[in-house]
Design a protein around this ligand. Structure first.
Ligand SMILES: Cc1cc2nc3c(=O)[nH]c(=O)nc-3n(C[C@H](O)[C@H](O)[C@H](O)COP(=O)(O)OP(=O)(O)OC[C@H]3O[C@@H](n4cnc5c(N)ncnc54)[C@H](O)[C@@H]3O)c2cc1C
Length: 407
């Protein structure tokens, strides 16, 4: 009683990527999402230069660029001291991304384009279906999911169920694979403005003692703004998020004049805490991809790349798993996918955690900014790592750390 070979729960970047690559391999795949697209997603909306390789492979790059996405030439980080680290994607370190620029595009636009790629590749996409639980057989193997559609309960049976359902993945939690990390516990307020002054080609991160804000052009005169603060401040904006955000921005003398004539054009959405990690990205009959498997902190902003790349990596393992002759043999490709993720993303996870700690400490970020503002070569290297085209080990070495933090 199988309804479909592969059921992908979640039509965000990870689900769309996986479904596109699977459908192209001739696999019978269905995507379900509780939302109706286009739908917003709280995000700072930056895509690293290397994410364009995956957009191209999915057949989405041209459409994303034509949609009016902004092109970013690098990232700047302002420390509480006022020192600015400015890194460019094109630099003298000898590494080059798939594209010389990053993209910045509204998730409403991006995610709808990506889901259409999955449809065009042959995946069956059903919107407005919320998955509420997994269904397991007597051996505890996942054999399907329970659903809720317009108040009606249902069930979908599949040979493999993929959790691409984001940060608070129902599947990852029901399978007890993912857990929230105790640190960092941060919340974000995300919105869009028109008319912010002095928006240039660099994505901006402004770190303050009480949080940080990401600001970037997302095309067509719109600026995305994502403020991240410790979760302990949640009560301060429980009644009026917009007023809290305004107060935060207007209290910064270097930001206030830039927002003086700006008009907010989307609701202020709150999200978080974010940090979550899966001890294993698979279970018999199921696998996790994208945020369902792990997410750390928005500061380094590469969740979309990891989601797209995770989908690409998982596609081959899913095909091998389906071809296996016995349930037991079908697990090895999923375990291999998990190991491959750790090899591919392990260095980045380490760098993200170091950056997460530095950003949370004014003395450390001030020290790093003082050094990196004077050493463009080191700044470019770090921005290249966060841009997914410079190997993480180029900054995980004693010499680099000493030059940034040494006395
Ligand atoms: C404040 C903030 C800023 C960020 N900024 C950036 C950035 O600038 N650049 C970047 O690369 N990354 C950024 N990220 C991370 C990025 O948003 C995620 O890593 C990325 O969206 C992960 O994609 P995904 O497909 O795994 O999950 P999602 O994009 O979350 O998609 C999950 C999908 O699953 C659906 N779903 C959820 N539950 C169910 C259910 N029970 N049943 C059915 N469907 C379900 C949802 O409707 C959704 O469509 C940011 C994150 C945050 C929180």
């Amino acid at each position: 009683m199988i309804d479909v070979d592969v059921l992908v729960v979640g039509g965000g970047p990870s689900g769309s990527s996986l479904a596109t690559f699977l459908a192209r391999k001739g696999v019978d795949v269905r995507v379900v999402d509780r939302a109706h697209f286009p739908r917003p997603k709280p995000c700072a909306e930056y895509l690293s230069p290397q994410a364009s390789r995956l957009l191209e492979a999915m057949g989405a790059l041209e459409q994303v660029e034509l949609s009016g996405a902004a092109q970013l030439s690098g990232i700047s980080v302002r420390a509480p001291s006022g020192d600015v680290i400015k890194g460019d994607f094109v630099a003298s370190h000898g590494f080059r991304g798939f594209r010389d620029r990053g993209l910045s595009v509204r998730r409403e636009v991006l995610d709808a384009i990506l889901l259409d790629c999955a449809r065009e590749a042959g995946a069956r996409v059903k919107e407005g279906i919320r998955v509420t639980d997994v269904v397991r057989d007597a051996t505890r193997r996942v054999v399907g999911v329970r659903t809720m559609t317009d108040g009606t309960a249902g069930e979908i049976r599949a040979r493999l169920v993929i959790a691409a359902d984001g940060l608070r993945s129902v599947i990852a939690h029901r399978l007890e694979l993912a857990h929230a990390l105790r640190w960092p516990r941060r919340l974000a307020l995300v919105t869009h403005y028109m008319g912010v002054a002095e928006i240039g080609e660099h994505g901006e991160m402004h770190v303050e003692r009480d949080g940080y804000v990401g600001i970037a052009d997302v095309g067509q005169g719109v600026t995305t703004v994502a403020l991240v603060v410790p979760a302990s401040r949640a009560r301060e904006f429980s009644e009026d998020r917009a007023a809290f955000l305004d107060r935060w921005l207007l209290a910064r003398p270097h930001l206030a004049p830039r927002f003086a004539r700006a008009e907010r054009v989307s609701p202020v959405v709150a999200t978080g805490p974010f940090a979550s990690h899966a001890r294993r990205a698979w279970s018999p009959g199921a696998a996790l991809v994208g945020d369902a498997a792990d997410f750390f902190d928005p500061f380094t902003g590469e969740g979309i790349y990891a989601a797209l790349r995770g989908g690409e990596m998982l596609a081959e393992s899913v095909r091998e798993s389906l071809a296996a002759m016995s349930p037991g043999a079908s697990y090895a490709p999923l375990a291999a996918y998990d190991a491959a993720r750790r090899r591919e993303f392990g260095g980045k996870w380490f760098v993200e955690r170091v950056i997460g700690a530095v950003v949370g400490s004014a003395p450390l970020i001030n020290r790093a900014a003082r050094r990196l503002s004077a050493r463009k070569d080191l700044a470019d290297l770090l921005i290249g790592v966060t841009g997914d085209f410079v190997p993480a080990d180029r900054v995980i070495r004693a010499g680099y750390v000493w030059r940034v933090f040494g006395l």
